[in-house]
Design a protein around this ligand. Sequence first.
Ligand code: SF4
Ligand code: SF4
Length: 331
Amino acid sequence: MGRSAHKMEARVLGSTGINVSVISLGGVAFTWLGKKRAEKLIDFCVDCGINYIDVYSGTAEKIKEALKRNREKIIISTRGNAKTLENCLNEFNLDYFDIFLLSMIDNKEQLNQAIDEANDLEKFRKQGKFRILGIATHNPVLYKPIIESRAFDVMMIPVNCVDEVNKEIFEEARNQGIGIIAMKPFAGGNIRKHDSTIKYVLNLPVSTALIGMARIGEVKQNIKVLKKPEITAQDINFYRKIRKKLGKIFCRYCGHCIFPEPCPNEIPVRTIMMLETLAYQANLRRTVSERILNSIKSCKKCGLCEKRCPYHLPVRKLLPEKVKHYLEITR
Ligand code: SF4
Ligand code: SF4
């Protein structure tokens, strides 16, 4: 028997004519959820009116059946390039992706390559293998050149009450008909007051807040915010406090410090920056190996990771602090 989905506010993605629900499902949790829970999560989201799901290569075995049975109701995006697109379609057993994103684009050189890649991808669009071309970046310096390039239909960028986006960017994107997908609305797990930050994001001219949800309870809680979307004095106070607290020290987990080249001393910088999030995901149990926790001892303070970080975080100083805090909060 077919399930009927609830309605959720939807916004158009730039000038693509495609409507996406204001809350959408980021696929990060599919990397660790089992098949049953991943499928249940997708079905539940679709029933709640969430019609946009972003998926990662490597998770297809767990979710491709759920995607298939909901295919008519959902917009699916993934990342890759002209070489990986067809494999990715095979992996998910799909005929097309609605949105195909070029990701890990965080400097001018990578952007120029992405613009060339966009040309190469046009033939696949004509063959019906994807509908919309997008670009995902963490680097605010690139927002304007991306819009001006006119090579992309949508832009996926971090938007949250710490990562403020210049208002002009929204205006220029709107003028060029480029849709904005707000990723990292909870600043990669650093913001725990989800209701305030969802309101913040959705009060901006973004098309959707892409949230990496893992549990049905989380979906319910996040959707509840849509009933009272107005920003209150209490929310404004929270934005002020969180900006002061996190300022320029929070990691967006973009991975540029270790990708494509790893740390010369094999320190898994991104994982260490993520330790608090991993701790909360594991209910404050210590699941990260001693080997990873001890790896920071071989840091030679060369600063390469800091040079690669688009946010100029003081990684060398933060690494030992992250490990210390993780050991304190985990049992
Ligand atoms: S500063 Fe440390 S963690 Fe960063 S790249 Fe150098 S050795 Fe690796
Ligand atoms: S330290 Fe910087 S480059 Fe590395 S994951 Fe965090 S934000 Fe990205």
